[in-house]
Write a protein that binds this ligand. Structure first.
Ligand SMILES: CC(C)(COP(=O)(O)OP(=O)(O)OC[C@H]1O[C@@H](n2cnc3c(N)ncnc32)[C@H](O)[C@@H]1OP(=O)(O)O)[C@@H](O)C(=O)NCCC(=O)NCCS
Length: 163
């Protein structure tokens, strides 16, 4: 059985996390779009560092290996935060994402966050599956394929996972 942990990203972890991202994920999976030629350009490596230093962000550790990261971005609505999460390709589809999101909900609660939101697409079956398992409410736009998920942190705590 795997052991998933969240570790706050510090100066020691950040370069290790960048190595994991470069080896196993596309830039657009892990941070907002940075213009320029495709791939891990120097500009995108710098932007990665800025992105994962500028908000509550955690490296995801599975079986004592760094496999990805998750991040909370304060959202417009009071008490709300947007979730970002990615895993390196070899670590996907093994339940680590769902486990990490459970831990992130606890972390959000301890920070006084009352609602989490996430944006994905219908084609991202793993993200939709993880959010559904977590008990998020999903709204799907059939025209664009966009999926908007919300999770009230209090409901999750009272209702338990997936109810
Ligand atoms: C999205 C992501 C974090 C999910 O984490 P994961 O560890 O791969 O997902 P899990 O193994 O926890 O699976 C979650 C659910 O999706 C399902 N699932 C996983 N991979 C799947 C796939 N390739 N196709 C269909 N369903 C899939 C699982 O069966 C599970 O469903 P269940 O709870 O009903 O059994 C991960 O796949 C990832 O990093 N993807 C690239 C970046 C990304 O898309 N980030 C999310 C942006 S919102």
């Amino acid at each position: 059985m795997s052991t998933v942990k969240l570790r706050p990203i510090d100066e020691e972890l950040l370069p290790r996390l960048l190595d994991v991202a470069v080896a196993g994920a596309d830039p657009e999976e892990v941070m907002p779009t940075v213009p320029g030629p495709s791939g891990w350009t120097p500009e995108r490596r710098t932007a990665f560092g800025d992105h994962y230093s500028s908000a509550p962000a955690y490296a995801i550790e599975a079986n004592e290996q760094i496999v990805g990261a998750t991040r909370l971005t304060p959202a417009e609505a009071p008490g709300a935060a947007e979730v970002g999460i990615w895993l390196a390709r070899p670590a996907r589809g093994k339940g680590h994402g769902t486990e990490a999101l459970h831990l992130l909900v606890e972390e959000a609660r301890s920070r006084g966050v009352t609602a989490l939101i996430a944006e994905t697409t219908t084609s991202n079956e793993a993200a939709v599956g993880a959010l559904r398992t977590l008990g998020a409410k999903l709204w799907e736009d059939p025209e664009s394929g966009a999926v908007h998920a919300t999770l009230r942190v209090g409901d999750w705590i009272e209702g338990g996972i997936g109810r």
